[in-house]
Design a protein around this ligand. Structure first.
Ligand code: F6P
Length: 342
């Protein structure tokens, strides 16, 4: 069988480990051959591929990014897009099946293409860790580690200047990175999309920390919605799937905190730093196992499914069951964390 692999949507550490796991198992266990599509769905739509022999994946599981490139291309857009055109392109390239590695946008597109007859298996990916069907997505552990290290650094400079430091981390719909990195770094307030909090409450937590002689540390997820606001802060237009590009809530909150508390406040947006660099050992192992399991799914004709982590086992689940519900931070995790605020 000839299998085409694509990585689509925002990148994250671990993508190359999935590719390696799939290619090695596919060759060793099933005798498959592999090609990679360049830049996600863009390469599928344009029929742009590169060969993926065993030598091509040698030593790549520790490399950040994706050797295939990625994009936020919608496969239903453009004159060559849509299920019918893509089917024709795959036939002309001799490709029998696709392994699509991506987040909610990519997997929703994969689900639709699979409903329209394409042979696709999905592998979930997102630093946000917000896919309900899987206990953890690879990339998350690395992002939390990077964010924690950065916040630890903000704390020392904050303490030197007696400032309040605001660290903005990723997290569009779910505050997992903020919750975990904030808890690991001992933040005095963690602000997440799931829990609206007033500016007055944030100021109270900041003042409580300062009264104990601490340099207050606030961790905010980009998707946080301040109490009284309708939506997350966004001033950067829409992405190709029509979703607002987030970012900047830290810069918005810092002057508000300063005005309410009189404490000099600085904001740092960690941004794409969280998605770059080498994956953690946990993410490499998870990603490798998911890649290997995706090839098993192909071998067993489990079209329209994706591989997931349940506890310590890798399982397979239908797109229809897997997609549509986000894994947000549950109330009890917020209650547990917020006891430590202030
Ligand atoms: O979905 C993962 C994510 O990193 C989000 O946290 C963030 O909102 C988005 O991607 C950023 O996308 P881009 O890299 O296209 O700016």
């Amino acid at each position: 069988m000839k299998i085409g692999i694509l990585t689509s949507g925002g990148d994250c550490p671990g993508l190359n480990a999935v590719i390696r796991g799939a290619v090695l198992k596919g060759i060793k266990a099933y005798g498959h051959t592999f090609v990679g599509f360049r830049d996600g769905w863009r390469g599928v739509v344009d029929g742009e591929v590169l060969e993926l022999p065993r030598e091509k994946v040698r030593g790549i599981s520790k490399q950040g990014g994706t050797i295939l490139g990625t994009s936020r291309t919608n496969p239903f857009d453009g004159p060559n897009g849509g299920a019918h055109n893509i089917k024709m392109t795959l036939v002309s390239l001799g490709i029998d099946a696709l392994i699509a590695i991506g987040g909610e946008g990519t997997l929703a597109a994969a689900q639709r293409l699979s409903q329209e007859g394409l042979k696709i298996v999905g592998v979930p990916k997102t630093v946000d860790n917000d896919l309900a069907a899987t206990d953890y997505t690879f990339g998350f552990d690395t992002a939390v580690q990077i964010a924690t290290e950065a916040i630890d650094r903000l704390r020392t400079t904050g303490e030197s200047h007696h400032r309040c430091m605001v660290a903005e981390v990723m997290g569009r719909h779910a505050g997992w990175i903020a919750l975990h990195a904030g808890m690991a770094a001992g933040a005095h307030a963690i602000l997440i999309p799931e829990q609206p909090v007033s500016a007055a409450q944030i100021a109270t937590w900041v003042q409580e920390a300062q009264r104990r002689g601490r340099a207050p540390l606030v961790v905010v997820a980009e998707g946080f919605i301040e109490q009284g606001q309708e939506a997350a802060h966004s001033g950067r237009g829409l992405d190709t799937f029509g979703r607002p590009r987030l970012g900047g809530i830290g810069e918005k909150l810092a002057p508000e905190i300063e005005a309410r508390t009189g404490i000099e406040t600085r904001a740092t947006v960690l941004g794409h730093i969280q998605r770059g660099g080498v994956p953690s050992a946990f993410d490499r192992v998870l990603a490798t196992r998911l890649g290997m399991a995706a090839v098993d799914s192909v071998a067993h004709n489990r079209w329209g499914t994706m591989v997931t982590l349940k506890g310590t086992s890798i399982e397979s689940i239908d797109f229809d069951t897997a997609l549509g519900s986000l894994k947000t931070v549950p109330q009890e995790r917020w209650d547990e964390a917020s006891l430590l605020f202030g």
